[in-house]
Design a protein around this ligand. Structure first.
Ligand code: ZN
Length: 216
């Protein structure tokens, strides 16, 4: 599509949405005390253990009904010099951001055979497009997500643009909204990267006409 080349912006028509999960994913584990599968939450605390020049690092999970704990292995029997110094310091002082990074890391969950529940509540901080709807130009939205979890782009758009699913699909199918890099908006799950969304003037017209119609 040639329209993608004119990705020129002034700062009036650019907004940023930042996706912030409210919690980290639970991990389903069999609790030895309850004899059942339970949802363990991330305590945001690391545990380190040194043994003969080697260290282990875990992120501790807890189940709050019976205080059972489970350790997510971050490093196993590793030589301390092989751990990045700044990372080591952050883990030593239970840095929350570092704990969250691992608590969302699917690769770490996989290597631990941990069943993580990635459907977490979130907020999408940033302006709504209401104040920009009457602009006679397109709107660019930077969607930034520091973590990757089960968040579908179409659901975010439906909520944030306050349009029906039917109208949203119509806008996608007509190419009135699209992303850079190009993804299938109907199927895409938001990953821990930036994605740029363009809402064309045609899409704005569609949204505005919906509002007029609904206000009648
Ligand atoms: Zn239990």
């Amino acid at each position: 599509m040639s329209c993608k080349q004119k990705y020129s912006m002034n700062d009036k028509n650019i907004i940023t949405w930042t996706i912030k999960p409210k919690t980290t994913p639970f991990v389903l584990r069999n609790c030895n005390k309850c004899k059942n599968k339970k949802e363990f939450y991330c305590s945001e605390l690391f545990r380190m253990n040194a043994n003969k020049q080697k260290i282990d690092v875990w992120l501790i999970y807890k189940y709050n009904q019976c205080n059972s704990t489970w350790n997510l292995t971050i490093f196993s029997r590793i030589n301390p010099v092989d751990i990045d110094k700044s990372l080591f310091n952050r883990m030593s002082r239970n840095d929350k951001e570092t704990a969250w990074k691992y608590a969302f890391d699917m690769e770490t969950h996989r290597s631990n055979q941990a069943e993580a529940l990635y459907n977490v509540d979130y907020v999408a901080e940033g302006e709504n497009i209401d104040s920009l709807k009457n602009l006679s130009q397109e709107i660019f939205i930077n969607i930034e997500s520091p973590y990757s979890f089960n968040l579908r782009l179409d659901k975010l758009l439906k909520d944030k643009l306050i349009v029906s699913r039917k109208k949203l699909l119509e806008m996608i199918e007509n190419g009135y909204i699209y992303t850079i890099p190009e993804v299938n908006i109907r199927k895409h799950k938001i990953k821990e990267k930036q994605i740029k969304l363009t809402i064309t003037n045609d899409a704005l017209k569609m949204m505005n006409s919906t509002l007029v119609f609904e206000n009648k």
